[in-house]
Design a protein around this ligand. Structure first.
Ligand SMILES: C[S@@+](CC[C@H](N)C(=O)[O-])C[C@H]1O[C@@H](n2cnc3c(N)ncnc32)[C@H](O)[C@@H]1O
Length: 402
């Protein structure tokens, strides 16, 4: 009997243990299911892009999609301050400077109009278009001969090897999406200009601007302290110390949206290269992905943040100065819609009149290297293409009239 009772107790307690174990397993499974994303963020990004970009880009989307999901192509921004044989080696491999090639393409030596449109005089003849659409007289865009960016030819997907330091410790080139040079070129920095780079880290565009050697004073800002440290490291790896003194460069970590309260009507040129959905990264990497569940709110509020940053950039520019807005997304909500909103806010809240500067001539100049979205009503956009897998990069240029 005792044995029976004992056995039943044992059996009963085993059953209890089993039940407890099973229900614990269920609880664990339930909790696991609740905390784990159903889909990885890269998958969520693809679903989101399929829904929005097929509507926005129509027949262009399938080929852009294939390119976005394939390995991207880089460009090597040459460091004017470094002396390294790497560059000749790259040229030997067939790399070409797409910037001087673009100029040659626009202004062939044999062209009849060469004397009227010599690059040094009136290189890209940027037409200016008023917000209402009226065409104004072209204004010159003179590209600095010091900015050079090597790319492998169309269809050639050779990778660049990492740059090496020269005998002074300066690296010979900086690898970046070659299309991200376009906002720097479009900014048209000229001798003795003061420039604000509102969202500057990790520093590719700031470095490109310094390569011109035209900037009198550069203020490079980024909200993120860790990314600002990276920006400092980048500049010190490429630019001699003598050109990074306090009278030439200021690096700050402010929230760019409040820049208008810090410094207004001050800079000849302002670059507003905003945080965005970084479409390529979002499709390729689950880490730090803006499509993760925990970042839904942040993602949805991006257009608002972008408009605030652009408005702050407009306020920071001096009347007559130029502001360049750029992103690395295809999203019209983060591109054209943001520009429209900021232009409206600048006028309504601050009485600032702006003019949209057409970048069509710049796009035509570099149409051998990049694919541009056709018929954009505001700004220009490099779209990824398998034979020239750069971008996406959106850019729009505004001039402060008042
Ligand atoms: C697209 S990245 C800039 C890339 C940079 N221009 C370059 O060429 O290397 C956007 C940057 O904006 C910064 N950012 C985000 N919110 C900001 C804010 N409120 N004010 C200033 N910078 C901000 C991010 O830390 C990020 O480094």
């Amino acid at each position: 009997m005792g044995l029976f009772l004992d056995t039943s107790r044992v059996i009963f307690s085993r059953v209890k243990d089993l039940r407890a174990l099973t229900s614990k397993r269920h609880r664990v499974k339930g909790k696991w299911a609740a905390t784990q994303p159903k889909q990885p963020p890269t998958r969520m990004a693809l679903q989101h892009f399929d829904a929005t970009y097929s509507a926005q880009l129509g027949a262009l989307w399938p080929s852009i999609r294939v390119a976005l999901l394939s390995e991207r192509k880089y460009g090597a921004l040459l460091n004017h301050f470094s002396h390294n044989p790497d560059v000749e080696e790259l040229q030997g491999q067939g790399c070409k400077d797409f910037i001087s090639n673009g100029e040659a393409f626009m202004f062939p030596a044999s062209a009849d109009h060469h004397s009227e449109l010599r690059p040094e005089e009136d290189s890209s003849s940027v037409s200016t278009v008023t917000h209402g659409g009226g065409i104004r007289q072209p204004s010159p865009l003179r590209l600095s001969p010091n900015i050079r960016c090597l790319v492998f030819p169309r269809g050639d997907i050779t990778r660049f090897r990492p740059a090496r330091p020269d005998k002074f410790g300066l690296l010979s080139y900086y690898l970046l999406d070659a299309a991200s040079m376009l906002p720097c070129l479009a900014l048209d920095v000229q001798e003795s200009h003061t420039v604000l780079d509102l969202c500057a880290a990790p520093g590719g565009k700031a470095l490109a601007l310094l390569q011109t050697q035209s900037v009198r004073f550069l203020c490079a800002n980024d909200l993120s302290v860790s990314r600002t440290s990276r920006l400092k490291r980048v500049l010190h790896s490429y630019v001699p110390k003598a050109l990074l003194t306090d009278d030439k460069l200021r690096i700050t970590s402010f929230d760019g949206t409040i820049w208008g309260e810090i410094e207004r009507n001050s800079f000849d040129r302002v670059l507003v290269d905003v945080p965005c959905t970084t479409d390529r990264h979002s499709l390729m990497d689950d880490d730090n992905n803006i499509f993760s569940r925990s970042r839904v709110g942040e993602r949805r509020s991006l257009p608002q943040l972008q408009a605030q940053l652009l408005l702050a950039g407009i306020l920071a520019a001096c009347p007559g100065g130029d502001v360049l807005y750029s992103t690395c997304t295809l999203s019209a909500n983060q591109n054209q819609a943001v520009v429209q909103q900021a232009v409206q806010l600048a006028e309504e809240q601050h009485g600032i009149q702006l003019q949209v500067i057409s970048l069509r001539p710049l796009a035509q100049m570099f149409s051998n290297t990049f694919h541009f979205a056709p018929n954009l009503h505001l700004g220009e956009m490099v779209i990824p293409h398998l034979a020239a897998n750069f971008g996406p990069i959106y850019l729009c240029k505004l001039r402060r009239l008042t």
